[in-house]
Ligand binder design. Structure first.
Ligand SMILES: Cc1cc2nc3c(=O)[nH]c(=O)nc-3n(C[C@H](O)[C@H](O)[C@H](O)COP(=O)(O)OP(=O)(O)OC[C@H]3O[C@@H](n4cnc5c(N)ncnc54)[C@H](O)[C@@H]3O)c2cc1C
Length: 384
């Protein structure tokens, strides 16, 4: 049997950064994943993910985004410059939107650079957007897009360079309870066994499958579809120089400009049906494709006849309200859950990894919002 200081199960963005932060603190780490870093079934698998600072009144996530953006940029450095695109992020809002007011107040308090734009300014800057129902916006010029799948692969590669051992393997549910206070090892389905002092399960949508008694009804994996529309030939109105990444809660949508010539990306930010991350279909449905086509034609008239050039199907790993889950298993004090990214977790990978390492190794204060106790069995989404 092999022995490590820490076993991290799951090489998505949370597990990769957690392994990296433990390795930076000289711990002997095993990182193990059933399929591979940011594999096609994982929530971290997307081509691209938004990193923005705005979070309404949820200052905790604004501050984590600030911390994470600094860490992502330092990590990418000169070696991996293409993994962050500073497209800017535009928060579109209708008249009197309370969330946009809260976002502006929080960004100002946290020292985040932003601009407020009225309807006239929006019309002038973004003629490619049909602004029906939109009255105002916040623009974060230094936020943008992380190239998700490749960024996670790079973090794992760097972690291996720092001494982390990486293996492919499916870890089975460890036995807990019956008077036990901790666990001493985990096993793969193939029978390998790994001993350690600490075990971190950063298994995204799988957390409920691995720990059905504790998390089966506290993690809600939902099906989410993403579409890329091919821009008209030679048209630069949808390039990152002309169109920022945008979000409009009123329409429950977000999208991105034509990055790396993948096309204009758009998604509905509405929870789909509950799915199994191992087996759900990765093919989009015709009904959803029609809805998205109609939406794009209305909001971006120049893309009325644009073809869908690529699609992705993924799953959010929601907690009841969208707050992360970072806490101990109630039956084993050295077994940690790290997950609940809830459709907004990717950007926070570096800050989450740092928080986990500091909390476990240095006894850093816990954040009550991340506790298991606060996770309900009924969904009432509050964090976006
Ligand atoms: C469509 C979509 C759009 C999103 N957009 C954004 C965005 O714009 N900005 C943003 O910040 N966030 C966004 N998110 C959320 C973000 O991508 C997720 O919160 C984040 O990637 C979750 O990472 P994770 O490491 O917790 O989970 P995952 O990436 O799912 O990783 C979990 C890993 O655990 C492994 N695993 C599971 N069970 C086992 C086992 N038994 N043994 C070994 N390994 C196991 C899996 O193979 C997987 O690799 C989006 C998510 C989706 C789906």
């Amino acid at each position: 049997m092999e022995r490590f200081d820490v076993v991290v199960v799951g090489a998505g963005v949370f597990g990769a950064w957690t392994a990296s932060h433990f390795a930076r603190r000289d711990k002997r780490v095993l990182l193990v994943d059933s399929y591979g870093p940011a594999n096609s079934r994982a929530s971290s698998a997307g081509e691209s993910r938004i990193i923005r600072m705005g979070y309404g009144a949820d200052e905790i996530y604004t501050r984590m985004s600030q911390n994470s953006l600094a860490q992502w940029k330092e990590f990418f450095g000169f070696k991996r410059p293409g993994l962050f695109h500073e497209t800017g992020v535009l928060w579109l809002a209708s008249e009197g939107d309370a969330r946009i007011r809260d976002t502006a107040a929080t960004l100002a308090r946290c020292g985040v650079e932003f601009e407020q734009l009225d309807r006239a300014a929006l019309e002038k800057r973004y003629p490619q957007i049909h602004l029906n129902g939109i009255a105002t916006a916040i623009f974060e010029p230094t936020s943008g897009v992380l190239m998700a799948r490749r960024a996670v692969a790079a973090v794992v590669e760097d972690a291996i360079f720092r001494g982390v051992e990486y293996r492919v393997g499916e870890i089975v549910t460890p036995s807990t309870g019956a008077g036990m206070k901790s666990i001493s090892s985990v096993k793969t389905r193939a029978g390998e066994e790994f001993e350690a002092d600490v075990f971190v399960f950063a298994c995204g949508s799988w957390l409920g499958k691995i720990f059905p008694d504790v998390l089966g009804d506290r993690i809600f994996p939902t099906r989410q579809e993403i579409y890329f529309f091919g821009i008209p030939p030679g048209d630069s109105r949808f390039s990152p120089a002309a169109l920022p990444t945008f979000l409009f809660q009123g329409d429950e949508t977000y999208g991105m400009p034509d990055i790396e010539a993948r096309g204009f990306k758009i998604a509905l930010d509405r929870h789909g049906p509950r799915v199994d991350p191992d087996t759900q279909s990765r093919v989009v449905t015709e009904a959803a494709a029609d809805e998205v086509r109609k939406y794009v034609a209305g909001r971006f008239p120049a893309l009325r006849d644009a073809p869908i050039v690529e699609t992705r199907v993924c799953q959010y790993e929601n907690t009841s309200n969208g707050d992360f889950l970072i806490d101990r298993h109630p039956g084993a004090e050295n077994l940690w859950f790290v997950g609940g990214g809830s459709g907004h977790g990717f950007k926070h990978g570096p800050a989450v990894g740092e928080y986990v390492a500091k909390r476990i190794l240095e006894g850093a204060a816990d954040e009550p919002r991340f506790s298991l106790e606060t996770k309900d069995k009924v969904q009432h989404r509050a964090v976006y």
